[in-house]
Design a protein around this ligand. Structure first.
Ligand code: AMP
Ligand code: GLY
Length: 417
């Protein structure tokens, strides 16, 4: 099978790495890709937001499966365009991707499906904003309704800051604050059958100790030794299956990857957000642990035959990924800095630690930074402590001027806290 992956971040590198190891995959293409993906897939230039261009490319390549990585192309209808030319595509329609594209739509689906989530108001005027802020009190949670690459959410004790963020958005969702640890749980679905993956935890804040601004994600680990072993079954029954059923009932069946961002509160599991695609950086650790070859699972989801898929099989290993970000991320990241040390990781640390590329590109013989999140250094081990040690050993070999990374990814979980 020839597979075309759309996107060019560390998530797509992780997807391409897994697909390149799958004996069912005879040729692997990625568009537009990045400098690291070029080592496992053939890169093609494309405007990932242009559905017709992606469909043309898939046809030209004779692709038997297209996998759309990021949310923006999905919300723009790229999966619909590919499906329209008769090629199986892993990723939801534009309508179903509104589950991520509009927080208000997601809240409506959850209400219809009886899925537990934070109580919320959708506000469009300053009066509505004031009313909602007062109704919930501090800490305030204010979310831009539309896509914001993980940066549209402000959680603050400061009412003025919460109000200012709300007024800067056209439409906001203001909601109840949820406390308790967060879990990311992904499920592959064809719109009917739902196949959960293993849970992971993401580190959203820029700085150690969960300080600093929200980011796209600074690191992740899996499994979660502290979580209830029944968590996956519980979330399947209370969140994932009801959401998939509700979207089908509404005439907007969801096929692809359903990402549930959860808070484990004292009153039970609550959905913080849905995404319509694999999470980044959680995918890097989840796929590091997946034993089942990926291509046929994604193809069965794309074709609506996921019920034919046996249960997924997992390695006992733990996995940790640490994101190396540019100088000034997440505000105005500096790009164009040379990255050194990649060959040392490949020579000294592989295969238990390896570097997945996010924002990188090749400039002659050099690999340079080309985005906010630059690399996702991933490692496996017999437990989280070993995976963590291996990941940080590899991180220490990388040299990128002005770069930043968190030093506490998976630290508490590795210590059994
Ligand atoms: P989101 O883009 O909805 O995932 O929000 C980004 C981050 O903001 C989440 O991962 C949480 O850390 C935080 N957050 C979002 N909603 C809430 C909430 N209702 N209560 C507490 N924290 C939240
Ligand atoms: N890691 C959070 C996300 O992918 O949205």
């Amino acid at each position: 099978m020839k597979v075309l992956v759309i996107g060019g971040g560390a998530r797509e590198h992780a997807l391409c790495r897994s697909l390149s190891l799958d004996p069912d995959v005879s040729a692997l293409y990625c568009a537009p890709g990045n400098a690291g993906i070029a080592e496992v897939a053939e890169l093609r230039p494309v405007d990932a937001l242009d559905g017709d261009a992606v469909a043309r490319l898939a046809t030209e390549l004779g692709a038997g499966l297209v996998v759309v990585g990021p949310e923006a192309p999905l919300v723009a209808g790229v999966a619909d365009a590919v499906r329209a030319v008769g090629i199986p595509v892993f990723g939801p329609s534009a309508e179903a991707a509104q589950l991520e594209g509009s927080k208000a739509f997601a809240k409506d689906v959850m209400a219809g499906a009886g899925v537990p989530t934070a109580r919320s108001y959708v506000c469009t005027t300053p009066e509505e904003v004031d009313e909602a802020l007062d109704a919930f009190g501090a800490p305030y949670v204010v979310k831009d309704d539309g896509l914001a690459a993980g940066k549209g959410v402000v959680v603050t004790e400061d009412r003025a800051a919460a109000r200012a963020h709300a007024l800067a958005c056209d439409r906001v969702v203001i909601e109840e604050f949820l406390d308790g640890p967060e879990v990311s749980l992904f499920a592959i679905t064809d719109g009917v059958t739902v196949l959960p993956l293993q849970p992971a935890q993401d580190f959203k804040r820029a700085l150690d100790g969960d300080e600093g601004p929200n980011t796209g994600g600074m690191g992740a680990y899996s499994p979660l030794p502290w979580a209830d072993p029944k968590l996956v079954d519980e979330v399947m029954a209370s969140v994932l299956q009801p959401t998939v059923d509700e979207l089908r009932r509404r005439g907007t069946p969801f096929s692809g990857l359903l990402y549930a961002g959860l808070a484990i509160t004292s009153r039970g599991v609550r959905v913080i957000e849905f995404n319509a695609r694999f999470g980044d950086p959680e995918t890097q650790v989840v796929l590091a642990r997946l034993k089942t070859p990926l291509a046929s699972v994604l193809l069965n989801a794309a074709r609506g035959t996921l019920d034919a898929e046996p249960p997924l099989s997992w390695r006992a290993d733990a996995a940790v990924t640490v994101v190396i970000a540019s100088h000034n991320y997440p505000e105005t990241p500096r790009t164009g800095d040379p990255i050194e040390g990649l060959a040392e990781v490949a020579a000294e640390d592989a295969p238990t630690a390896y570097v997945l590329h996010a924002g990188t590109r090749r400039e002659g013989d050099a690999v340079v930074s080309a985005g906010g999140r630059v690399l996702s250094v991933t490692a496996t081990g017999s437990d989280l402590a070993q995976a963590r040690e291996r990941a940080y050993k590899a991180v220490a070999r990388i040299r990128l001027a002005g770069s930043q990374h968190r030093t506490d990814i998976a630290a508490k979980a590795a210590e059994g806290r």
